[in-house]
Design a protein around this ligand. Sequence first.
Ligand SMILES: [Zn+2]
Length: 469
Amino acid sequence: MSGAGRISARVIVVACGLAAAACGPRGEGQATAARVTVFEGARVITADGPPIENAAFVVEGDRFGRVGRRGEVEIPAGAARVDLTGKTVMPAMIDVHSHLGFLDMADMSMSKDHFTKANLIDHLERYAYHGFAAVCSFGTDMGDLPFQMREEVIQNAALYRTVGRGLAYPGSGPADPSRNDVPYAVTTEAEARTAVRDLALHKPDFVKIWVDDRNGTKQKLTPPLFRAAADEARTLGFRSVAHVFDLADAKELLRAGVEGFTHMVRDQPVDEEFLRLLKERPDVWFTPNLGGMNRSLPGDAAGARPRWADDPMLYETIAPAVIERRLAQLARTPAGGPSPGRVWDLQNTRTLKAAGVRLVLGSDAAGDSNRWIGVTAHMELENFVAAGFTPAEAIVAATRAAAEVLRLNQLGTVAPGKSADFLVLDANPLDDIANTRRIASVYLRGQQVDRAALRTRWQAQATRRSGPE
Ligand SMILES: [Zn+2]
């Protein structure tokens, strides 16, 4: 096949995967009819209105058809039927802030050497296994590979979104030593503009800007430098997002025109001026990044074995020896009180929620080696509830609202015409948000994810590779 042929084939795959109803099975002119399946009896959390008890919904090919009360939804002739009585269905989730490729989930080591297509697919599969339809890798992606993979739809895997490499003052970007040097190094306004122009060639989902002095240990981007970056991004038609810590920087970044923030303001309570600035910018959003499994979950006693350690979900895909090693490490960590950022992030999240600011799920998975791909985002949902979200609101933050931020219009709700991406749960997450982890099955693009095969592979890997420390 010629290179051009290969490219156009890929473009077709993308169009089918992403454009709502652009190429449904009927549009493909194939002789075979679309697979039609009716799922009946579940409680359906649509993420766009109240839940539907004893629901029925149709999946036709890779799309949702009718959705409603059982008995009121017209069943197409010849449809297969799946009984979901007693189950709860919710839309597949979206993790807006992750770091793909560096973490080896078999032994939890971090390295540039792990940044291969195989490991990136492994991470996308882990997201799919845990009920995620899409994930955005936020600033540590190297080379062309992530942008190529963004164009692919991989079976049993979440969709890949990427901002490519972020921009940072040298050393002040991603803290993990395996990739501290990955961002564009920016020390002058000219370098900021050149970096954004280079990045723009790849059409990143956002331009990411790190503004964080890492507790006074690093030089961070100054306002003139991040203003130049945000201005260049806007000029070229891209949205910019900042990793932020200090309130003063967050204000200047808003004035500079960034649309989003990864992490919450963490140096002090947000003030009236900040809330006024946010009110003028209803497009602005945050992934609060409340710590995922690095933080004690609500109800965990200080110094006690964290509750996540006994969550059966972890043991489905992660070696027990790896989990025990992390627990031993936590037990050795002296109880020195919460880290500086932990004092204010929950309070500020609560304040911004009350002010109606858009807050969406971002787990910062693999932001360090202790935030495990796929599982930490579920723990982060529990932190959302600790910050004042109802479980229903936390689910919207992880689904519809997150899809809007990434402009994945086909995702985020259970509704006619949307991509049929959903979780079937054994327990109701509206009662307890931790029930998002009680996953019976996951469907992406109308097809059931082969979780058993993935689990078998990961468990075999874990047995082979995780030895004692
Ligand atoms: Zn991050």
